[in-house]
Design a binder for this molecule. Structure first.
Ligand code: NAP
Length: 491
């Protein structure tokens, strides 16, 4: 008979590790953390393209209960995030609960426990199931005519090949999202020619990035309150941007306009050619899709060997890319910075069958994408979906993780106080939450701004912006520690 775990957590990134730390604090010892990759760290294990860095200040982009005084920069390089993940796993003794190379394909509730199926046929069982599979974990390969016939090197940013040497070679990159913004300046340094295929421009603001002096790191280590203050400041600025620029757009439209002006001025300062500027300037409202920070993205386009192509890709053949107006560019290397598929394959990332055979993926698609407080779904007992519709709160993912840890604390404590082992969110609580989120999205830039041309992954296939929680992070925190316990049933 296979071993019965207290909980199976799918995903060994920061979300899954936060959930495991919380479950251990609650006294659950028999945990199994499954991950399809060969090590922990999630996004920060998988992504290692040149230029990778966090684009949220590092003192904020980390667990509040596990500050790292030694970030080398205000926006730390990606490798430091991976090291931080390793440190957290070591300190909280998580690795012994982890299994790698374990791809979960299916999970089913049988009335008292979850049976979790792995690629290869093995099954494990657990009382609780937590999906922490990330939002940006299913890389998107563009469906461009002829792409499979290309004979040169093809590399997706989420599967970077360190052996791929660009020196002296002709490269092309498809995509101009936050990843490409970090990568393009690095590609421009190495490649002999670089052609950037842009479909939708991105809002880019200056990046106030500085090396953290050794003396300040020492101060952070010796007097943790100093770093807490920096974290608080960083969180306050991000919160202000999110609340005034995106969520409360109806009330603070001016703040959104100011953010746009700030980005326009940045572009004007860095690019003198009006035609190039026109091509790089978004025509949708700030915040409709994720903006980013960079000081070296725009200047890369002013270099003579970097070409911005905006006429659209018609097809790719064995040796190059052909645009809609019939021009071809021969290349040696094709870089796909084409992001991730969220709504077709990632909600949920594996088949989840709840009570009475309810299929989560089908239910979300046939109804609306929804999850009570971004974590629980009616019909799915003992299941928490940490990457759900309306779960992403604020700009730093750690805000979401820690709110969810608090939600878990309140929920599991209440359940055990009642002598119960099974929880399920009520339909009424879920419906009320969905109605409230829908009303709030109606006040945001997603409903009131010009988002039609943004091509934003914040919107699902039904045209609803259901990824971000349209409230302040303070509200998310307040509800995580104070939601009505009657919003769940216990058995
Ligand atoms: P993304 O924002 O989804 O951007 C994908 C890009 O590829 C877009 O420019 C998209 O154009 C383009 N594209 C996709 N399919 C295409 C096609 N068939 N033909 C032409 N262009 C195509 O993905 P990403 O840049 O990887 O970023 C994803 C998210 O990761 C970011 O929004 C951010 O949340 C996160 N990120 C974070 C950091 C960090 O430091 N914390 C760094 C990088 C990324 P359209 O816009 O027209 O669809």
């Amino acid at each position: 008979m296979s071993k019965q775990y207290d909980a199976v957590i799918v995903g060994a990134g920061f979300g899954g590790m936060g959930a495991a730390i919380q479950l251990r604090r609650l006294g659950y010892r028999d945990l199994l953390i499954l991950d399809r990759e060969d090590d922990l760290g999630g996004t920060w294990h998988v992504n290692r393209y040149p230029g990778l860095a966090v684009d949220i200040p590092s003192s904020t982009y980390s667990y509040s209960f596990e500050p790292n005084p030694y970030w080398s920069r205000l926006f730390a390089p990606g490798a430091e995030l991976k090291d931080y993940a390793l440190h957290v796993a070591e300190k909280y003794d998580l690795r012994r609960s982890m299994r790698f190379g374990a791809t979960v394909t299916r999970a089913e509730w049988d009335g008292s426990r979850w049976t979790v199926g792995l690629d290869g046929g093995e099954t494990v069982t657990a009382t609780y199931l937590l999906a922490a599979t990330g939002f940006l974990s299913q890389p998107r390969t563009p469906d461009i005519d002829g792409i499979d016939t290309f004979r040169g090197d093809v590399v997706h940013t989420a599967a970077w090949d360190d052996a791929c040497d660009l020196a002296g070679r002709r490269a092309a990159i498809i995509g101009t999202g936050a990843t490409a913004v970090q990568l393009i300046p690095e590609l421009a340094k190495a490649a002999a020619e670089l052609t950037v295929y842009q479909r939708t421009p991105i809002w880019v603001s200056p990046k106030p990035d500085y090396a953290v002096p050794r003396a300040l790191q020492t101060a952070f280590a010796r007097i943790p309150q100093t770093q807490r203050l920096v974290r608080l400041l960083g969180s306050a600025v991000l919160e202000l941007m999110m609340i005034s620029g995106v969520i409360h757009y109806r009330r603070f439209r001016l703040a959104n306009r100011l953010a746009e002006r700030w980005c326009r001025a940045h572009l004007r300062r860095q690019v003198s050619d009006p035609e190039l500027r026109r091509k790089l300037l978004p025509d949708y409202s700030f915040g409709c899709k994720r903006p980013t920070f960079s000081n070296d993205y725009f200047p890369a386009f002013t270099r003579p060997h970097v070409h911005l192509e905006t006429s659209g890709i018609s097809r790719i053949d064995e040796t190059g890319v052909i645009t809609a107006d019939g021009r071809r560019t021969d290349i040696d290397v094709l870089v796909l910075a084409t992001g991730f598929n969220l709504w077709d394959v990632n909600f949920p990332a594996f088949e989840i069958i709840g009570r009475d055979g309810k299929n989560l993926g089908e239910w979300w698609r046939e109804n609306r994408f929804q999850a009570y407080e971004g974590v629980a779904v009616p019909g799915f007992p003992n299941f928490l979906s940490l990457n759900s519709p309306y779960s992403y709160s604020g700009l730093s993912y750690f805000t979401t993780i820690e709110s969810q840890m608090k939600h878990m604390d309140r929920l599991f404590t209440a359940m055990r106080r009642r002598g119960s082992r099974v929880f399920e969110v009520t339909q009424r609580a879920n419906d009320d939450f969905l109605a409230r989120m829908t009303e709030k999205v109606g006040q945001s830039v997603f409903a009131l701004g010009q988002c039609a041309t943004a091509n934003s992954y914040y919107f699902n296939q039904h045209g609803e912006a259901t990824l971000l929680r349209p409230t302040s992070t303070v509200n998310a925190h307040r509800e995580a520690v104070g939601f009505p316990l009657t919003d769940y049933t216990y058995a």
